[in-house]
Design a protein around this ligand. Structure first.
Ligand code: ACO
Length: 430
């Protein structure tokens, strides 16, 4: 009997089985041979919300939630946040290695020269209601891109995939900025290829007439925020990207699904909810009452921006963001909600309810305060998450398509509904 295996005794039959252990896992399919008799389907695992199921082998992002470690392709997030920029990090995430100089220049050039969108996209976006949420506009417009690039359907062609990766990373800030301009009734600003990825995004968002100077502190802050949000292994939106992409739909359709997943308040919508929560609390002295409400609500009211499925001691991204907030506030002035946030954090970190459940500030607790100070409206927060996560989604999508073990994603279920019943005509139902 191998040492790297699990011996299972089925007490229903007394039979003993051996399942190999590889990389700390057993194969779920190995359980299928555990049967009561030949007619039995075989044993499955029940894992709602996939809290203990690895759905793929990945070489992109490593997280150790207990130790608060986050590495992209082996590089610690703190080093990348300090020394890299978003496009270099995106290259690393997509290609697996940091680019050499020529590779970097070609990558930046390709992305910079794909930032324009077809003029019809402008018309499409113009059809949204004046108050449409920019995340809804983003998801719909990204889905619509698939009709502009029908060749993208050929997902088994690596060169075709590569073309769509440039396009999506390049165009997502343009679409995001157009969505914002639409919602405030300002004319769309076209990309400026002389600016950096983040500098260009800032000018597309905020330029009024010809005057807009990109502030280097804010440009750098955005680079760092984008690096921190670029990938986070198999979270809800990435699983949506992989799941939808596993049916070999084009990357625009898959990414529209990922954006939809990110929109939810428990995922990328959380920083928007943090700001709304801080607004509702209103002042520092009302923090204890709010904490009490969270504790006594039986899970109904949550302290938004706290807690994480994986990080159970601290979120390394939250620490980098908190440090950076001071630099941004020096330029923009202090966000008036900061004092409420600091007080929430102080009380929660000492409170038994949060300590016992290992609830700590996550990446979203402070990012919203920074974005708001930089002038981004609250509605744009999830969009600001989607822009950098595009590189992560695409890298994961590419990895999934190249993985020979992957097939169309199709979980099982435990059926506990009604047994077979006879149809009763409408006039005979009591
Ligand atoms: N405030 C209050 N209580 C909380 C919070 C919170 N923010 N988060 C979890 N809890 C409680 C739960 O009620 C539960 O309590 P119980 O054991 O008494 O039932 C316990 O802590 C465990 O919570 P789960 O929901 O089981 O944890 P899970 O891992 O499923 O959820 C999640 C993680 C969704 C992030 C959760 O912590 C949450 O809702 N946080 C607020 C939303 C948020 O900030 N999301 C952003 C996450 S980061 C990101 O997506 C980039």
């Amino acid at each position: 009997m191998s040492k790297d295996s699990l011996t299972i005794t089925d007490n229903r039959t007394g039979r003993v089985y051996e399942a190999p252990i590889q990389n700390g896992t057993i194969k779920a399919l190995d359980l299928r041979k555990i049967k009561i008799d030949d007619g039995d389907f075989g044993l499955m695992t029940y894992d709602p919300a996939y809290t203990n199921t690895a759905s793929c082998i990945s070489r992109i992002t490593f997280i150790d939630g207990e130790k608060g470690i986050l590495n992209y392709r082996g590089y610690p997030i703190g080093d990348l946040a300090e020394r890299s920029n978003y496009l270099e990090t995106a290259y690393l995430i997509v290609h697996g290695e940091l680019p050499r100089k020529a590779e970097y220049e070609s990558w930046v050039d390709s992305i910079t020269h794909h930032t324009m969108v077809h003029e019809n996209i402008k018309e499409l976006m113009g059809a949204f209601r004046y108050d449409a949420h920019p995340m809804g506009m983003l998801a719909s417009t990204v889905a619509a891109l698939s009709t502009f690039y029908p060749e993208a359907k050929d997902v088994r062609d690596k060169a075709v995939r590569s073309g769509q990766i440039f396009r999506l990373i390049a165009k997502i800030p343009t679409i995001a900025a157009f969505a914002h301009r639409h919602s405030v009734g300002l004319p769309y600003v076209y990309p400026d290829n002389d600016l950096s990825y983040c500098g260009n995004f800032l000018q597309m968002m905020f330029r009024v007439s010809n005057r807009y100077e990109v502030n280097p502190v804010l440009e750098r802050a955005l680079e760092v925020l984008f690096i921190l949000h670029a990938d986070h292994e198999q979270n809800c939106s990435t699983s949506a990207m992989r799941g939808v992409g596993s049916s070999e739909s084009d990357p625009y359709s898959s990414m529209a699904a990922a954006i939809g997943a990110l929109y939810g308040p428990l995922h990328g919508g959380a920083n928007e909810q943090v700001l709304r929560m801080l607004g509702e609390i209103g002042s520092k002295d009302r923090v204890p009452a709010f904490i009490n409400e969270v504790k006594t609500s039986g899970g109904e009211v949550r302290l938004m921006g706290f807690g994480h499925r994986v990080y159970k001691n601290f979120d390394p991204r939250a620490i980098i963001i908190k440090r950076m907030a001071d630099q941004v506030f020096e330029v923009t002035g202090r966000n008036p909600y900061l004092d409420i946030a600091l007080e929430l954090e102080r009380i929660a970190l000492e409170d038994e309810y949060f300590v016992k459940r290992k609830l700590y500030p996550n990446v979203d607790f402070y990012s919203g305060l920074i974005y708001q100070a930089m002038g981004f409206p609250v509605d744009m927060f999830p969009v600001l998450f989607a822009i950098p996560r595009t590189s992560g989604w695409l890298a994961q999508w590419e990895e999934m398509l190249e993985d020979k073990e992957q097939k169309i994603a199709r979980p099982r279920q435990i059926y506990l509904g009604a047994g077979r019943r006879d149809y009763v005509p409408l006039d005979k139902r009591s």
